[in-house]
Design a binder for this molecule. Structure first.
Ligand SMILES: [Zn+2]
Ligand SMILES: [Zn+2]
Length: 154
C-alpha cells in the first residue's frame, strides 16, 4: 500500500512551502528533492551527497540545509536509530513500515504489518492528528546473535 503521489505534486508542496516561508527557490533545492524522491529506503546526508556528485554538484552544506527544509514541510522524515548518524526517508510513496534495529551492529530491517497499520489508522486521538508513524523495535539481529554465541563458547 503506497501513498499516491507524483513528483509534480511533491514539487508543488515544496514550492508552496518555499514561497510561504520566503525561502529562495534554487535549482539546487529542487535537484535534491528529486534525488530524494527517486531513492527508495533510508539514506544519510553523506550518502545523498555522494550520490549527487555525478549528476548535480551541490555542497554538503546545501544538502543539510535542504533536508532541514524538507523536514519542515514534511516531505521527508528523519530517523535516529540508536546512536547512528541520522537517516532520512521520503514520506510519500513509501510503504508504511516499521523498523527492526540491531543494537549491536546497527543494521536496520523494515517490516510492515497490516494489523498494526489498521490499528493505528483506526486510532483516534483527542486534539491530535496523526500524519505518519513509524515504530522502532530494538534488539539483536541473527548475525550478531550467532556472533555472540560463538564468543561465549570460546
Ligand atoms: Zn524506513
Ligand atoms: Zn546485528
Amino acid at each position: 500500500m503506497r501513498d499516491e503521489y507524483s513528483l509534480e505534486s511533491v514539487k508543488e508542496i515544496f514550492t508552496k512551502f518555499l514561497v510561504d516561508k520566503k525561502h529562495r527557490k534554487t535549482p539546487e533545492r529542487y535537484a535534491i528533492l528529486e534525488r530524494v524522491y527517486t531513492h527508495d529506503g533510508h539514506f544519510s546526508a553523506e550518502l545523498l551527497y555522494k550520490a549527487m556528485q555525478s549528476d548535480y554538484r551541490v555542497s554538503l552544506a546545501t544538502i543539510y540545509n535542504t533536508l532541514e527544509l524538507l523536514l519542515e514541510c514534511k516531505l521527508v522524515v528523519k530517523h535516529q536509530f540508536g546512536d547512528q548518524i541520522a537517516q532520512y526517508e521520503k514520506t510519500f510513496g513509501t510503504v508504511k513500515h516499521n523498523h527492526l534495529v540491531c543494537t549491536s551492529c546497527g543494521k536496520i530491517k523494515e517490516f510492515s504489518d497490516k494489523k498494526i497499520r489498521t490499528l493505528i489508522q483506526n486510532k483516534r486521538f483527542a486534539q491530535f492528528d496523526v500524519s505518519y508513524y513509524s515504530l522502532y523495535l530494538y534488539g539483536t539481529c541473527k548475525k550478531c546473535k550467532i556472533e555472540s554465541e560463538k564468543n561465549k563458547n570460546k
